[in-house]
Design a protein around this ligand. Structure first.
Ligand code: ZN
Length: 82
């Protein structure tokens, strides 16, 4: 591989992984009709069970991992994606 800037072949390729966490939020309609009075009641009367439920319920997010390769020129320091 050649550096596009200086033409050097002294190029180091690194694999970079990026992790994204996407959260799912409750809908606006849930908060308008249910959430604003249900949530405080649940927290007052069911704090402990709700805390336990928060710990054991299915996670409302998914993790996406992307990998990409980045080339780094050892001569001039230019970086670019492969
Ligand atoms: Zn270079």
């Amino acid at each position: 591989m050649k550096c596009p800037r200086c033409g050097s072949t002294d190029v180091n390729v690194q694999i970079v992984s990026e992790t994204e966490i996407k959260t799912k939020k409750k809908s606006v309609w849930y908060w308008i009709f249910v959430g604003w009075y249900l949530e405080p009641i649940l927290w007052i009367f069911l704090t402990l069970p709700k805390l336990i439920w928060e710990l054991i319920k299915p996670r409302r997010y998914k993790v996406e991992t992307k990998t990409r390769e980045i080339a780094v020129c050892q001569n001039c320091g230019k970086t670019w994606t492969v």
